[in-house]
Design a protein around this ligand. Structure first.
Ligand code: RIB
Length: 303
């Protein structure tokens, strides 16, 4: 089976529930404070591994306690961490997360996540990447290094999945290096100028992203499920799996990990999206990013 390579962020999440968003100058008492392993890249890697894929992580952490804990947690989840660099000049990424009524607001300290260079990523990929492997990369690392990862992976014949989160415009010539772009509504508007609100606008946005050069498109719509446009141009509509919402942190990453694991297992895009919707539903019913990500067995039992 081909493997999944994730070039992405690793963060320690400091997360608290609040009755509402505090006003400027106001102090509110929160509840349910947790520190939990997170970072979009690491979450996507853990999701793909728990769903049965052979996963390698390319990332950086600081030479500090958070870095050690995050790297150990990834290894425990079955992710190969040989490509996780421990750097003494920077601190590990941290995400401060405010949870209110099932929604998150996140402030990120990028730290070591922006320390890997274009050359670091290119050389790692050339060393371990093989044709038909899947590269997954979200947008929390250095933008130039992320672009380089997509270009090198495309050149090596890997299937590339780009999750522009946080979103920022990319050079026109990067789009043909992206086999699948997976993004939410606001990211979609930033990347292609179309805000997907219903089937017609989802379709228009996905067509636009394919005109730019992406091979396939998946737009995640929260409680409204997901919309896909495969390489053959067939629209796909997957409803969200009903669940009790405890914490949405990492649910999108779980879905993306399922798209990657589904791809290496030979599932169609539609099958992977259904699998991802079920895995994400389990993830939102639990607290924390990585602690909430289910195994393939749990998703199977949930169906
Ligand atoms: O997508 C969720 C993740 O975003 C959190 O785990 C946090 O670390 C931020 O990167």
């Amino acid at each position: 089976m081909p493997k999944v390579i994730v070039f992405g962020s690793m963060n320690m999440d400091l997360s608290i529930d609040a009755p509402r968003v505090p006003a400027a100058g106001e102090t509110l008492t929160g509840s349910g404070f947790i520190t939990a392993a997170g970072g979009k890249g690491a979450n996507q890697a853990v999701a793909a591994a728990r769903l049965g894929a052979d996963v390698r992580m390319l990332a950086a952490v600081g030479a500090d306690a958070f870095g050690d804990e995050l790297t150990g947690g990834l290894a425990e989840a079955g992710v190969d961490t040989v490509g996780v660099r421990r750097l003494s000049a920077v601190t590990t990424g941290v995400a401060v997360i405010l949870r209110t009524a099932g929604e998150n607001r996140i402030v990120l300290h990028v730290g070591a996540n922006h320390a890997l260079t274009t050359e670091d990523v290119a050389s790692d990929l050339r060393r371990i990447g093989e044709k038909h492997d899947v590269l997954v990369t979200p947008g929390e690392c250095d933008p130039t290094a992320t672009e380089s990862a997509l270009r090198v992976a495309h050149e090596l014949g890997l299937y590339t999945i780009f999750n522009p989160a946080p979103a920022r415009p990319v050079p026109d010539d990067l789009w043909p290096c992206i086999d699948l772009v997976c993004l939410n509504e606001t990211e979609c508007q930033i990347m292609c100028g179309v805000l997907p609100k219903d089937d017609a606008t989802c379709h228009a946005a996905a067509r636009r992203l394919r005109e730019l050069g992406a091979g396939a498109v998946v737009i995640t719509l929260g409680a409204a499920g997901a919309f896909g446009l495969g390489a053959n141009g067939t629209p796909l509509r997957v409803p969200a799996t009903p669940t009790t919402v405890v914490d949405t942190t990492g649910a999108g990453d779980t879905f993306i990990g399922a798209l990657a694991a589904g791809r290496v297992r030979g599932l169609s895009l539609a099958e992977s999206m259904h699998w991802g919707a079920q895995a994400a539903a389990l993830a939102v019913s639990r607290l924390g990013a990585q602690p909430s990500i289910p195994t393939a067995e749990e998703v199977g039992a949930f169906q």
